[in-house]
Design a protein. Structure first.
Length: 482
């Protein structure tokens, strides 16, 4: 994987985010100051490291690149509000008695203590939890965001003292930066509702990899694979935002692609494998090879669904392996008596031969009834034997791959006939396909004399003539001697 360096906020960036509130510490509360206040947290997704100055007022127009956080897609977040009045007092900050400059200095120092120099989201959450534990703080309110509204509401908080607002749970695997802790002092003039805008930075430009392979057509029933170049895929977001992207594998079967957003669901569909027609095209044409997935900020892929099934995929960290299956076929035969085709003949032995367009002859090796490979020598080929009913078959031949350079001929060569039957002189040609009918092979019995015919009398006549001739020669010889 070509890793993209994730953007990390420095400690100073945390201090900027929405901490301008509370500078009123020396001001006197107005006569209309309410006893309680409602805090509305507008959770934002920050695409371009933009900043928002929190004033407590609602913002009607958001800066470009800042959008409401969609927890239903990016993951739930939780915020807690803590009463920090006692901690601030220990720092010498008392509401109504401390000037704004001192408040800001102490606030920033306390933020630095809370974050402990951490910028990684997971590490920052741990640092915040450690601060809460060390100061024995208990949340006065906690809310979880689970939908796409981006809004968390904390109602009827006492409108006095100091509050610490922190993100306490978040999908850290998706985030490049967590929203900054916020410390505010109340009351804030005469406001009964305060609007705050905490922001998370979602990791972007994530770049996982695709590796496309097919089962080796020279070993179609093995676990050996070959890289497939020129295979096309369509990549799009599951929410249909943006335009689909076409991706094509290189000669090594690889695609490196970027610009993915962490936590967003994507759909990857194989759209064409036309350069390799000996692999199953139906799966591609029907859009069956499909992966729904998300990535985290490191590019690690998490599958959501895999079609047709998980055997087509191998997910390893940032790498998506996708497998194509060969088009395989076979043939079925039955050995029968030529005079009585209902009689199956057992024990006939055959070998399977392939003749290429250039006349090259190869022989089939099988494991059981499953094709393994082609070999050059007939002696190395597997013998197929007809069963009790005369039937035998095989499967697993990559017949489309065999015909990549032109038509080939498949022959069945009989090497031993059933007992009492003559060996076939000619090869039996046949076709291989995904679905084939039964091929009938007829054998003739050995030729015997016909019962009741002239065959036996011919032998008797010839024998008699021979014996008569021998007797005549013997008689003639004795007469001459006399």
């Amino acid at each position: 994987m070509k890793f993209t360096k994730l953007r990390q906020f420095t400690l100073a960036a945390f201090a900027v985010c929405g901490l301008a509130l509370g500078g009123h510490a020396t001001a006197h509360a107005a006569d209309a100051t309410p006893d309680t206040v409602t805090m509305k947290l507008h959770k934002m997704e920050n695409e371009h490291d933009k900043t928002i100055q929190n004033t407590g007022d609602e913002i009607t127009t958001l800066p470009e690149g800042i959008t409401p956080y969609d927890a239903s897609k990016l993951g739930n977040v939780t915020y807690s509000v803590y009463d920090l009045t006692a901690v601030m007092k220990d720092q010498g900050v008392v509401s109504g008695q401390t000037d704004a400059k001192t408040f800001e200095e102490k606030r920033d120092q306390l933020i630095a203590t809370i974050t402990a120099g951490k910028t990684d989201p997971a590490e920052l959450l741990e640092a915040q939890a450690a601060f809460v534990s060390a100061h024995n703080l208990t949340p006065v309110a906690t809310e979880e965001l689970t939908d796409n509204s981006g809004l968390l509401t904390f109602s009827k908080l006492p409108n006095s003292g100091f509050y610490l607002i922190m993100e306490t749970q978040a999908p850290t695997t998706h985030l490049a930066a967590l929203s900054a802790p916020m410390i505010i002092g109340l009351p804030l003039n005469d406001k009964d509702t305060i609007h705050l805008y905490p922001k998370n930075v979602i990791a972007r430009n994530i770049d996982p990899e695709i590796h496309k392979v097919g089962i080796d057509p020279k070993a179609p029933t093995s676990d050996q694979y070959v890289a497939l170049g020129g295979v096309k895929f369509e990549l799009k977001r599951a929410d249909n935002q943006g335009d689909p992207v076409t991706l094509t594998t290189d000669d090594r079967g690889d695609i490196a692609f970027g610009n993915l957003v962490a936590g967003t669901e994507y759909i990857l569909t194989e759209s064409s494998i036309a350069e390799h027609p000996w692999y199953n095209q139906d799966d591609v044409a029907a859009g069956k090879i499909e992966l729904r997935f998300t990535v985290d900020k490191t590019g690690t892929v998490t599958p959501i669904s895999m079609k047709p099934d998980k055997s087509y995929f191998k997910i390893d960290g940032t790498r998506i392996g996708i497998l194509n299956h060969l088009i395989l076929g076979g043939a079925a035969f039955q050995k029968v008596d030529a005079q009585d085709t209902t009689k199956g003949l057992a024990g006939a032995k055959f070998k399977v031969q392939k003749v290429d367009t250039d006349g090259k002859i190869s022989w089939a090796v099988f494991q059981g009834q499953t094709f393994v490979k082609w070999v050059a020598s007939q002696n190395d080929a597997t013998t197929l034997v007809s069963g009790k009913d005369g039937k035998f078959d095989f499967t697993g031949v990559p017949y489309v791959y065999d015909q990549r350079d032109g038509e080939v001929t498949y022959n069945l060569i009989e090497t031993q006939a059933p007992a009492g039957y003559a060996l076939l002189k000619d090869a039996t040609s046949f076709k291989i396909n995904t679905q084939t009918g039964l091929v009938t092979i007829k054998n003739e019995r050995y030729a015997l004399p016909i019962t009741g015919g002239m065959g036996i009398w011919l032998f008797i006549l010839i024998g008699g003539l021979l014996m008569g001739g021998a007797g005549y020669l013997y008689y003639r010889q004795r007469r001459q001697e006399g």
